[in-house]
Design a protein around this ligand. Structure first.
Ligand code: GLC
Length: 539
């Protein structure tokens, strides 16, 4: 029998999250990199223009920036690129004063090789912190201890010449894996959690959360079968092995339970959203914990893996809701700093359907900065490339989804002062795809997002209501109902290139992806333009 507290009043269930990649949001000092003062200067945009409720900030901690902040050399300090600790505190306070909660990235699996813990650890086999990382002898042939491959491709082990042992790294050699089976390391990492919660953070997004515990016997991974199809995207060499032994050993759940216990001792009801790239639904859902005592939510990437058509999306929505444990809550996302931007991944115009989905499904939406403008994946030349993943496997580069936020049609798209050189290029479309221009245009992507965010804010049915996905006679129509005590809505999306008629109940259209003024009364059917989605209100 479950003995967890009543979690139904958790603040984040009703929230809309906005993911900021700090390097690319707003550069206040002209060094070409976004910074915390820049984010502070844009808080009114988040609170007044968009009306979102929470932000997730990718790392802004001290870092040699080999993986652009996901290689942390001091968890409790701010990298000078971004500002300092007092700016971080000010950012949290100013966000709070506008009703915006702030969650920060917690990189559990690894640190930077410049972290003082690792510098000590690698200094000798006898060092007190040797076991804070994972050190192993060569195999019988003098090679790496296992055949494990790093996510970014290449071996997951690097030989340290000085001490003659290999250290493990799930990502870059500059990102050595932390050893979560060492109690002192666990305590040091819990201190990091305390530090940010004491600073007022409202929770964490937990990086690579399923990867940190490997099989203690460290067996070699078998090669994938010949008919193997990646569940999600082709990750190159990493996808040539079945990852039986190098992630998700069952004691990963003990580690997450310990983390959650600490979170639950804080008054702000901190949220924890684990980056769980697992596409087997029941395994994915196991990260809620048997007693809802692990993550508040595992990040739900299932829409990203679904084929972009009504039947596959319908099946995904139903399967996710069937799998989420009783009493728990889910989330939806279609973009982040690791993925190709939705506007470039989907057929022309379907990023509007994506926005409608994200903001009307049952579950907490996570939006990615710039998607509300229709920012596209930007081609980045080899000369401008920054992502180490792209260095190893070009097509996996994430640079194109990380280009600077487009604020206005002026110099540097308003991201950085005139004369600065942004760290990644600004695409040519910025003169029309930017906040200022789109605010002035009825029917722009930004104004469509604002309209949807308004509707969601005003509608308990959308924020918290039940969802019933309709079975449909057409493979191209996705229709679902959202209902609370006093409101009943139908959301209908047309994925086809043809106009279509969808049966519905009487009501009035309160939103259309194609026409901001559409407000017709419908009786028993609604007509949808090609690629149009609508919300019909029945009460
Ligand atoms: C996660 C992050 C990604 C980073 C990696 C290593 O997948 O989202 O950006 O490169 O972990 O920390």
């Amino acid at each position: 029998m479950s003995n967890h507290p009543d979690r139904t009043s958790e603040w984040w269930r009703e929230a809309v999250f906005y993911h900021i990649y700090p390097l690319s949001f707003a550069d206040s000092d002209g060094d070409g990199y976004g910074d915390l003062d820049g984010i502070i200067s844009k808080l009114d945009y988040l609170s007044d223009t968009l009306g979102i409720n929470a932000v997730w900030l990718s790392p802004f901690y001290r870092s040699p920036m080999k993986d652009w902040g996901y290689d942390i050399s001091d968890h409790t300090d701010v990298d000078p690129i971004f500002g300092d600790l007092s700016t971080a505190r000010q950012l949290i306070a100013e966000a709070h004063s506008r009703g915006i909660r702030v969650i920060v990235d917690y990189v559990m699996n690894h640190s930077s090789d410049h972290h003082p813990w690792f510098i000590e650890s690698r200094s000798s086999r006898e060092n007190a912190k040797r076991d804070w990382y994972v050190w192993r002898d060569s195999d019988q042939d003098g090679g790496p201890p296992t055949n494990w491959v790093s996510v970014f491709n290449g071996p997951a082990w690097t030989l340290d010449e000085m001490t003659g042992q290999w250290y493990r790294h799930t990502y870059l050699p500059e990102q050595p894996d932390l050893n979560w089976r060492n109690p002192e390391l666990v305590e040091a990492m819990m201190d990091v959690v305390r530090f940010w919660l004491d600073a007022g953070a409202d929770g964490f997004r937990i990086d690579a959360a399923h990867q940190m515990m490997k099989d203690p016997e460290e067996k070699n991974n078998p090669p994938v079968p010949h008919d193997f199809q990646p569940a999600y995207k082709d990750m190159g060499e990493y996808d040539t092995f079945v990852h039986l032994y190098d992630l998700g050993h069952p004691d990963v759940h003990d580690a997450h339970r310990g983390f959650r216990t600490l979170l639950d001792s804080y008054p702000q009801q901190p949220i924890s959203v684990g980056e769980i790239h697992i596409f087997d639904l029941s395994e994915w859902a196991s990260y809620y914990g048997d007693d809802l005592d692990e993550f508040s939510m595992p990040f739900n990437f299932h829409l990203m893996a679904a084929d972009w058509n009504a039947s596959s999306i319908r099946a995904t929505i139903e399967a996710v809701h069937r799998t989420v444990p009783a009493g728990a809550w889910t989330n939806w996302t279609l973009g982040n700093h690791d993925e190709i931007r939705i506007a470039s991944r989907l057929p022309e115009g379907h990023d509007r359907l994506a926005a409608l989905l994200l903001l009307t499904l049952r579950g907490t939406p996570f939006l990615y900065y710039g998607d509300e403008l229709g920012m596209k994946q930007t081609p980045v030349s080899a000369q401008d490339a920054k992502d180490p993943w792209g260095e190893n496997v070009e097509y996996l580069s994430r640079d194109g989804a990380r280009t600077p936020m487009q604020w206005n049609p002026g110099p540097n798209a308003g991201f950085a002062p005139d004369g600065a050189s942004p760290w990644l290029p600004i695409p040519d479309d910025y003169k029309s795809v930017n906040v200022d221009t789109e605010l002035a245009e009825s029917g722009s992507m930004l104004n469509m997002y604002r309209q949807l965010l308004d509707i969601r804010r005003e509608s308990e049915a959308l924020r918290l209501g039940s969802i019933i996905v309709h079975s449909s006679s057409s493979d191209d129509a996705l229709v679902y109902g959202r209902e609370s005590d006093d409101q009943m809505l139908t959301v209908a999306l047309n994925f086809s290139d043809e106009r279509m008629i969808v049966p519905t109940r009487p009501g009035r259209i309160i939103f259309s992806t194609s026409d901001p003024k559409r407000a017709d009364v419908v009786l028993d059917e609604v007509s949808l333009d090609r690629g149009e989605g609508v919300v019909v209100c029945h009460s």
